[in-house]
Write a protein that binds this ligand. Structure first.
Ligand code: NAD
Length: 295
């Protein structure tokens, strides 16, 4: 069994690290939060006092951190002490440029690296069913497979360094726009006197069908169970959608590609979060759309 280092043991990282412990691996863990480290200790993770202590013994090092700036600061500390040939797996959601810098710094030090953001959230992390969107060289992706098999359900190889992050933000930018479209359609349907169930029966089986209706319908009591059936408790918080939609706009600016729908969706999510609660599930935007006047 391998020794795996894990840095960033928050809502996502801790359950992922616990699944590695359950599979019989020795997991060394570090987080800047003392409370988080206490929880990790109780879960049989070998807690370390610093990121450097975590990385210096680990053949594989996984990071699950809030953003690209923090990722690169952590990498500055750990890359010089990582064992020769170690594999770095970054599962955080970060901007594409930071992901590319992470790969080039790891490569210069003779370390393997993959960027490997996830979808599915906290429930998927606990259940070990996360989907990974992976960027990096083929041999490093192959090396990571057995470990990712433990903490996730599906691995999609997207291309070279940074491709996992690029795929993640394109997907979530699309999700941001479809959820708003679905919310608008139900809001208009209500004003026109349609029963939400009837509209769902049409849209979920017609040309408008999409994940935001068929799997995550934002109307209570309609479609499969979703956060709408639980007062819009997340799920996927609006603050996280705003983070991902913002990263998509950073990438759009850097690449010169206009994304007018993605841009507008981000503005609407920001307005929704400011006027209600950024901790609500992102599908809760329907409640805000419903009370908008045409003006
Ligand atoms: P979180 O805030 O719960 O966890 C991040 C952890 O990193 C915290 O415990 C924090 O103390 C720790 N940390 C911060 N700076 C550190 C440093 N310098 N060294 C060590 N630890 C440090 O966030 P999360 O929900 O677990 O999300 C983690 C990543 O996963 C983010 O990039 C997020 O966008 C992504 N993500 C989250 C979800 C979700 O549903 N929560 C879904 C998909 C992707």
């Amino acid at each position: 069994m391998a020794t795996i280092g894990f840095i960033g043991l928050g809502n996502m990282g801790l359950p992922m690290a616990i699944n590695l412990v359950k599979a019989g691996h020795d997991v060394l863990g570090y987080d800047t939060s003392p409370e988080v480290l206490e929880d990790a200790k109780e879960a049989r993770i070998i807690t370390c006092a610093t990121a450097v202590d975590t990385a210096s013994e680990a053949e594989t090092l996984i990071t699950m951190l809030p953003n690209g700036e923090i990722l690169l600061a952590v990498m500055e500390e750990v890359i010089p002490v990582a064992p020769k040939g170690a594999l770095l797996i970054d599962c955080s959601t970060v901007d594409v440029e930071s992901a590319k810098t992470f790969h080039s710094q790891a490569g210069s030090a003779g370390l393997g690296s993959i960027d490997c953001p996830v979808s599915d959230g906290i429930t998927g992390a606990a259940a070990g069913t996360l989907t990974f969107m992976i960027g990096g060289a083929e041999d490093n992706c192959k090396r990571a497979e057995p470990i990712l098999d433990i903490i996730g359900g599906r691995q999609v190889r997207c291309g070279g360094g940074g491709a996992g992050q690029a795929a993640k933000i394109c997907n979530n930018m699309l999700l941001a726009t479809t959820m708003i479209g679905v919310g608008e359609a139900f809001a208009l349907g209500k004003k026109l006197g349609l029963e939400p169930q009837a509209l769902y029966d049409v849209m979920s089986t017609s040309s408008g069908s999409c994940w935001s209706i068929n799997t995550y319908c934002p109307v209570e009591g309609v479609g499969p169970q979703s956060p709408a059936d639980n007062d819009f408790k997340p799920g996927f918080a609006s603050s996280l959608m705003i983070k991902d939609a913002s990263l998509a706009q950073v990438a759009a600016d850097a690449s010169g590609q206009a994304t007018p729908m993605g841009y507008r969706a981000l503005e609407l999510y920001k307005e929704f979060a400011a006027q209600s609660d950024e901790d609500l599930d992102f599908s809760g935007i329907i409640t805000w759309l419903e009370q908008l006047d045409r003006g």
